[in-house]
Design a protein around this ligand. Sequence first.
Ligand code: DX5
Ligand code: ZN
Length: 227
Amino acid sequence: MSRPIIIAPSILSADFSRLGEEVANVDKAGGDWIHLDVMDGHFVPNITFGPPVIKAIRGASKKLFDCHLMIAPADPYLEAFAEAGAEIITVHAEAGPHLDRSLQAIRALGKKAGVSLNPGTPESEIAYVLDRVDLILLMTVNPGFGGQAFIPAVVEKVRRIKEMVGDRPIDIEIDGGVTPQTAPLVVEAGANVLVAGSAVFKGGTPKDYAANIAAIRAAALGARGEG
Ligand code: DX5
Ligand code: ZN
């Protein structure tokens, strides 16, 4: 049985002056999870938001908060993100020398543990932590900014990761340059969670968000022959 297709709007492309309202908008527009991009200006060349902002928008939606930490180190902040209301906490394999410890710490907080790989990082980095993860997030752009072009070389990595995962209950999530055009490539290779920022928020109105999410979902389901 394949895992369900999940569309996770990234609020990085939302109007930050109305963040709570935008979270509610993409929830009502059909987004399955809310993807939160946390950046520290150190691991990635951009700064976004942290636990207090996540806590402030937590009440705007009951949907799962999928927290993508692009920060190094991550371990000192895991508890704060858990307390702020994140349900999935994803750390980058490149962010620290003790990935296994970080993943254990996330699960010890009662949260789902995710691991992310940059486009240039091989799948072998996570070969020995597969039993510690609930989600693998493969970056299809270099992290730091929304609106970048999808890197097609990662599609082959998706295929390899899918094989490594086997029948473990692990979601394979794709982040960066996801559109109705690129979604089928990664779904066909084995991904089931699609993050999209600019492709969801394009147009700027809740009506646009609903149409954009529906278009990505239809393309993904079509690639599975479930359309
Ligand atoms: C990039 C972030 C992504 C980003 C995706 O570092 O992790 O979640 O918001 O944006 P789009 O969908 O515009 O590529
Ligand atoms: Zn992200």
